[in-house]
Design a protein around this ligand. Structure first.
Ligand SMILES: [Zn+2]
Length: 175
């Protein structure tokens, strides 16, 4: 599989400029499991249990790999010091120490906490990127419950975790 970082970066810039695309992902009609490969997550729930835990909007993002509307989560421009954990299982995933300030409407980090996240090749070909053309998007999810967090993207020349605020619980540090 050929890797084309230049084209991917270009497409990434295009997609981040096109605010209608994430809505299309949330609204896509076909539901699919969050994961297509065989891996035993530490936290597992039935679909009914997930739906009882999450709103329909949260379910579409965490469990069906949807993408929230840009600027829809209050976390996107909340730069207080604190810790970010998974809305699906409370595992601590990210720290404000690694926030990256990008005016794009999602929550960006340079790193996750070690051992906090896993990756997958997003099979949904979001943004028109196609696996067979070497431009499939690297998806990021919680290693404890498998919930979808976002993607690894090159934004303004920097490799970042582009995370849905909807997938996170923020605990500000006090004192
Ligand atoms: Zn989780």
């Amino acid at each position: 599989m050929e890797y084309r970082p230049g084209r991917r970066g270009f497409l990434t810039r295009m997609l981040l400029a096109a605010t209608a695309l994430p809505a299309a992902l949330v609204g896509r009609a076909h539901a699919r499991p969050a994961r297509d490969f065989d891996y035993e997550y530490e936290v597992t729930r039935t679909e009914e249990e997930w739906r009882a835990l999450l709103s329909d909007y949260e379910f579409a993002i965490l469990r069906q790999s949807g993408t929230e509307w840009a600027r829809s989560s209050p976390l996107w421009n909340d730069y207080r010091q604190g810790d970010f954990s998974c809305k699906g299982c409370d595992l601590q995933l990210y720290s404000s120490d690694w926030r990256v300030a990008l005016d794009k409407g999602w929550v960006f980090f340079a790193h996750s906490l070690p051992t906090a996240v896993m990756t997958d090749i997003d099979p949904g070909n979001p943004y028109g990127l196609r696996r067979e053309e070497g431009t499939a998007v690297v998806e990021v999810h919680c290693r404890r419950c498998g919930s979808h967090l976002g993607h690894l993207l090159v934004v303004e020349g920097q490799l970042v975790h582009c995370v849905n605020g909807t997938s996170l619980i923020f605990a500000p540090r006090t004192g």
